[in-house]
Design a protein around this ligand. Sequence first.
Ligand code: NAI
Length: 339
Amino acid sequence: MFASRFAKRSTALARGFASSARAERKVAVLGAGGGIGQPMSLLLKQDPLVTSLALYDVRGAPGVAADISHVNTKSEVKGYGADDIASALKGAELVIIPAGVPRKPGMTRDDLFNTNASIVRTLAEACAEHCPKAMIGIISNPVNSTVPIFAEVYKKKGVFDPKRLFGVTTLDVVRSSRFLAEIKGLDPKDVKVTVVGGHSGVTIVPLLSQTPQGKDVKGEEYKALVHRIQFGGDEVVKAKDGAGSATLSMGFAGARFANSLLRAMNGESGVVEPTFVESPLYASEGVEWFASNVELGPDGVKNIHPVGALSVEEEELIKACLPDLKKNISKGVSFVNSA
Ligand code: NAI
């Protein structure tokens, strides 16, 4: 399980930095009282690289914090209510944001735009004021639009650093690994799939041809697998039947992303996570934000990997992804700039 793997690696690393001020890492979770926020905060409490955990929500965060604070790991946990975001963010070096409403059956992620765009804009304003240098990981959907919204607010405030803003697409990678491993009867820990593009429907592009265990999946099986990766979130929304979308697997994925970023911030080299960032890869086609494998470093984005060799099918998937992604991004940009 990744928790124990990451704990082992992180403990070794944390020990190496035990006497260094760089090992002090305050992580804030905005939306900590929600379906994702709660399990993710619990997993962050188990991460030895997190020394202080600030849990903020407009509802319920002090209760969640009191509960999690009894777990006997070393980090401190504090909860903050609606009127105390400044204290939650003060000194935070990493802010993970799952605040906002989730989907109900029949909804696309874009249907969440009206509500979540305003929430993310408000939170971006607060982060720009109280922790402008923090790394930011955005989970709130639609990620393809909320990340550009966050960036535009930061640009207006004069604090935007593209190296420090990430859309969290880790769940797509986790699902791809799990679903492909299921087909092949393998342990998912040995199955790594790069997923590029964005984070909704056809903008999610798994590069199965680049995975030893995935390159011989063909025909109907290939189509079904790609569809399951692109629309895996719908399985959960349907099964929850009106009670929300993926929360537990997303909590897991969010904590994994945070751990990767913290390891890189603490000086570990070679940490690579697929994530949605301001990217040159398809900028010439008007798509300024794109998820691909990104090497993380002490200052955030260190190196954006190219997508690499694509199969004919993957070329088609990219072709289908780009126009939607472009629309989602410009919707976010205009939300801030026409307001
Ligand atoms: P939820 O409704 O269970 O929790 C959301 C929390 O955000 C609530 O506790 C609510 O009080 C809080 N919130 C609302 N406005 C806020 C504000 N202004 N400041 C701080 N907190 C605020 O929803 P859930 O299931 O946790 O999902 C959260 C978001 O994550 C949704 O937008 C969902 O679509 C998205 N999501 C993203 C995924 C990804 O892969 N990036 C995967 C699954 C969900």
